[in-house]
Ligand binder design. Structure first.
Ligand code: HEM
Ligand code: HEM
Length: 208
């Protein structure tokens, strides 16, 4: 019986997606926890995540079936329909990301991109001068307020730091929702989605 069930499994997540995911989890933990230290570890973890995001973008177009964006881009109607079905009766099962999960994956990737994007500008030092100009155009009140600062340059960089910190924290919030979604989906569909992200396989027809 056990072997029969094993035969009934389907490959869903290719090895690169799985390595991408768990490296991202480790990289995000290191980047987030080392954020306050401004040391090399933080910047290297950030570069690692940047590389992972570039890979994921390419893989979203040329990767395996369920890795492609086209596999989990659903219309708002489908997303709402799926979310409703979670509350009423039996939600439809998807082998790849379900419509709500698909939205979460995209939000995570966007939020991570803004986090590393602002981090890279902050690290390059370009931020201090160009952000000052943007700050004066877009935030006259803040630029004026910063004039009172003893350390003018610090004030401008601070704005970029706040943007960076905001997206880092937004990503963390999304991660909590993402993990909650994984737990809820696993329960409703009687399958272990975390295991599937490790082995790459899902039961063809999970037992209800
Ligand atoms: C997902 C990836 C990243 C996360 C979660 C993250 C998170 C954080 C956090 C929480 C802080 C502390 C903010 C504060 O308390 O002021 C921070 C600061 C910083 N991060 Fe990142 N970061 C990421 C990527 C990057 C990248 C790619 C770079 C550049 C290569 C970078 C460069 C910096 C710099 C220069 C600071 C300023 C440190 C300071 O003066 O407070 N970060 N980051
Ligand atoms: C230990 C905590 C985590 C667990 C248990 C977990 C679990 C999972 C699972 C089971 C999936 C597949 C969902 C599905 O079947 O549709 C998934 C996908 C995903 N997770 Fe996580 N996750 C965790 C942390 C994170 C973190 C910290 C991030 C980002 C900072 C993240 C980003 C993603 C992304 C981007 C995907 C989509 C995978 C792809 O198609 O490339 N996860 N996660």
């Amino acid at each position: 019986m056990a072997t029969e069930i094993e035969d009934e499994e389907v490959r869903v997540w290719d090895p690169l997606i799985r390595v991408f995911h768990w490296t991202l989890v480790a990289g995000f933990a290191v980047a987030y926890l080392s954020g306050d230290e401004l040391d090399q570890l933080h910047v290297w973890a950030g570069y690692l995540i940047t590389g992972l995001l570039v890979f994921r973008l390419i893989w979203g177009f040329v990767g395996s079936k369920h890795a492609r964006f086209s596999d989990f881009l659903y219309s708002p109607r489908q997303v709402i329909g799926y979310t409703r079905s979670l509350f009423s009766g039996k939600p439809r099962r998807y082998l790849g990301h379900n419509p709500a999960g698909g939205v979460m994956v995209l939000l995570l990737l966007f939020s991570l991109s803004f986090t590393v994007g602002s981090g890279l500008v902050l690290d390059s030092g370009v931020g201090a001068s160009s952000m000052a100009e943007i700050g004066q155009v877009m935030l006259p009140a803040k630029a004026w307020a910063d004039d009172d600062d003893d350390e003018h340059e610090g004030g401008e960089n601070e704005m970029l730091e706040e943007v960076h910190e905001f997206f880092a924290n937004l990503t963390l919030l999304l991660v909590f929702l993402h993990i909650a979604g994984v737990v809820v989906s696993s329960r409703l569909h009687h399958e272990n989605l975390v295991r599937a992200m490790v082995t790459g396989r899902k039961p063809r027809d999970p037992e209800d």
